[in-house]
Design a protein around this ligand. Structure first.
Ligand code: S3P
Length: 172
């Protein structure tokens, strides 16, 4: 019996809508690791939705809470962690992830992202804005950060099986 479970956590980074949570959950099941969604943990810790945290405290405070939650998750037993799209852009959070875990940049073309974000509300950066415009701009701004992840996988169109296979191959 060959144990393929990684010794450190795998952290999925990349833009909103790329499928970090869905793919992360299924990747974790394949690897026999726990799965945690960092945004869900932040909401649980704050007792508020991400939208409410942004509205009440602002983005800077959200980033601070996000860093603390991710630090705690990474320090525990190995798991698959899905992060919010801005986590890896924050200098401190990125450093933490690069130092203590294996970052996987999930990338996709803009049409896929636009289609997928339309399935769920509650993203403060997209509220009352044109998703294609925002995502195009964020893709440009964030590429220099996401590209620091040691692994990049292009998310195929659904179903996600092909993407998960690519990740399995990349992590060996
Ligand atoms: C954000 C992405 C969101 C959430 C917050 C900010 C971002 O997570 O953390 O709305 O800055 O890209 P998802 O990538 O899971 O949508």
């Amino acid at each position: 019996y060959e144990d393929r479970r990684p010794q450190t956590s795998l952290v999925l980074v990349g833009l909103m809508g790329v499928g970090k949570s869905t793919i992360g959950r299924r990747l974790a099941a394949r690897l026999g690791l726990p799965f945690v969604d960092a945004d869900d943990e932040i909401e649980r810790a704050a007792g508020m939705s991400i939208q409410e945290i942004f509205d009440t405290f602002g983005e800077a405070q959200f980033r601070d809470g996000e860093r603390r939650v991710i630090a705690r998750l990474i320090d525990g037993t190995p798991k698959v962690i899905a992060t919010g799209g801005g986590a890896f852009v924050n200098e401190d959070t990125r450093r933490l992830i690069l130092d203590k875990a294996v970052a996987i940049w999930l990338d996709a073309n803009i049409d896929i992202l636009v289609e997928r974000v339309s399935r769920r509300d509650g993203r403060p950066l997209l509220r009352n804005r044109n998703a294609r415009e925002v995502l195009t701009q964020l893709a440009d701004e964030r590429r220099p950060f996401y590209s620091q992840a040691p692994i990049r996988v292009m998310s195929s169109d659904s179903p996600h099986d092909a993407t998960i296979d690519k990740i399995m191959k990349a992590i060996g």
